[in-house]
Write a protein that binds this ligand. Sequence first.
Ligand code: 7TS
Length: 420
Amino acid sequence: MQTLNIEALKRDFPILAREVHEGIPLVYLDSAATSQKPAGVLDAMDTYYRRYNANIHRGVHKLAEEATGAYESARERISRFVNANQAREIIFTRNATEAINLVAYSWGRKNLTKGDLVILTEMEHHSNLVPWYILAEERGIELAYVPVTPEGLLDLDTYRMLLERKPKLAAFTHMSNVLGTINPVREMIAAAHAAGALALIDGAQAVPHLPVDIQELDADFYAFSSHKMCGPTGLGILYGKERLLEAMPPFMGGGDMIKRVELGRFTVNDLPHKFEAGTPAIAEVIGLGAAVEYLAEIGMEAIHAHERQLIQYALERLEEVPGVWVFGPEASQKGGVAAFTFDGVHPHDVAEILDGNGIAVRAGHHCAMPLHQKFNITATARASFYLYNDHRDVDVLIEGLYKVRKVFGKNDKPQGQAHG
Ligand code: 7TS
């Protein structure tokens, strides 16, 4: 496999050339929150607005025809990128959150009743917790959680025990946005199926970073977000198996999702339009089409391999910094995410000092409050990597963390003390 030329890749992303705080080069380590966008994506959206902006599926005029063609061919490309069986199984939503909500509202309300069990995990992002809490309150369904081990892995023995209780659905993340843990989703999906349950996968952190083959995984539902994979904001994707989507009632009503409307009644449109009410994010879909083309050309295997060696290097270097405690498993079991605490310094202060040095990291609970509670902390600072980061970016982060120590008067401690 070819190694990536990161210097050249960085040039694909115009924003990475900018400076912050008057002359400090930007080091962007917040891609788990949102990725930067390559020029090809910006150009694709710009061209749509400049050359063929029109609403889709409605007009017969030239621009409408071009816009519809570009929108639907982007769907085809996105479908191939994750190896869905067919493009009609790819539904466009606003984000991964809405994709999961779509399943909870449409599939959940049709198929779940009082006493039914849904399995979640302790490492979920709020967007794969709260929709199920809402449904539990409304329907009286029961929720159970696969625990996270101290190493930051899912406790699969407990998962198997919970499956013996014949749940209707197991919904879990492919990769944790805090621990970076890459879960054994193929095995977990197979186990769910053997127990008679469906499996919904939150792939918001996986699709941008790993080769994902939805048919090989045999996922029933799979949700992800455009903006974390070099695409624009305002666009999420729900993959669903055709027979499941066909049997589900619409999520929202309005234009495009109908075949015919009379006063007082309507007939539902075919997939995927049945779940895409109203004018969709046309430019964004076209932008994501360009993003997956860009990622596919570089190769997801190469991106994953690059991030794996980068996180390994980052974990080694973070261990050197006294007082830093990184959460999650070892590099071989995780993607490019390092969430950490810093003895005696609040994560927000860590992030602020790093920002002063041009380094963008995130601090807080990262929308995974139950996971932080599990580890008895309220917040972490998080550095997250993508294809455009390199060893130099890690080195700048480490230099920044030594500056944090200095600001907090920790220069005097001998190295190697109290780190995790
Ligand atoms: N699932 C996971 C695993 C995520 O990391 C995120 C966003 C979502 C779902 C929701 O995605 P959205 O596009 O619908 O917002 N995660 C983060 C994060 O870690 N920091 O900011 C957003």
